[in-house]
Design a protein around this ligand. Structure first.
Ligand code: B16
Ligand code: MG
Length: 214
């Protein structure tokens, strides 16, 4: 049985994608092109600089490294403004209960997120104390689908990768977990997350009371 549970943040515990979308869209509009919600799907689970590169490609624009860094900083200031107004009502259904349930069963719990803003988001949601380790975009050099974030999380929990289960909503994240040698529970669409060991619609589906009803 698994001893460690590693959670992605955006799309698993909270829907921060909508705030990333608002901030990227604002940047695209300032640069003079449109950015749709469908375009935004491509940025899920992808690092900030990689996301900017995808966005600029959509707009057909090219900038040097310095300008790209400034654009990413600008987007992040807007994003931080949005997420600083979040509260615990934005925790996705069942996520808080499931974390509490796992803690009660003595599981070790880590966050494995690409976001450099992850610690602030956990604070805003009031769930920071539920995590034994928080591995985020500040702590890894290689973004998903590289397995680094999940391997670092397993090490922080003092567990072997084979003892850990990852919860992920993005294709790149599922791939990272598989490459780390971990089992993966996909959150979302089974057609997109076909490398996951199983797929559920959300963490609420994993609560004992909902499993027993089936
Ligand atoms: P930041 P996750 C990811 O979070 C988001 O899905 C992705 O859209 C974002 O670009 C990335 O974090 C970096 O976020 O700009 O806050 O460092 O799904 O890995 O929890
Ligand atoms: Mg995600």
């Amino acid at each position: 049985e698994a001893r460690g549970m590693i959670f992605d943040l955006d799309g698993v515990i909270v829907d921060t994608a909508k705030y990333h979308y608002l901030a990227w869209k604002r940047l695209a509009e300032e640069l003079g092109f449109a950015f749709s919600e469908t375009d935004n799907e491509r940025l899920k689970g992808v690092s900030r600089m990689r996301s900017l590169d995808i966005l600029l490609k959509i707009g057909g624009m090219v900038f040097d490294d310095d300008a790209r860094r400034r654009l990413a900083e600008k987007k992040n200031l807007w994003y931080v403004e949005y997420i600083s107004r979040m509260d615990k009502s934005e925790i996705l259904p069942g996520a808080g209960d499931y974390l509490g349930y796992l803690r009660g069963r003595g599981k070790r719990i880590a966050l494995g997120s690409a976001s450099k803003n992850a610690p602030m988001i956990l604070e805003r949601l009031g769930i920071a104390p539920l995590f034994d380790a928080v591995i985020d975009g500040n702590k890894v050099a290689n973004a998903k689908p590289d397995p680094e974030v999940f391997l670092t999380a397993a090490r922080a929990l003092a567990l072997d990768p084979s003892e850990c289960v990852v919860f992920e909503d993005a294709g790149a994240g599922v791939e990272a977990a598989v490459r780390a040698g971990m089992r993966v529970v996909g959150i979302g669409d089974p057609a997109v997350l076909n490398s996951a060991n199983c797929v559920v619609g959300g963490l609420d589906a994993l609560l004992p009371k909902n499993l027993h009803n089936k």
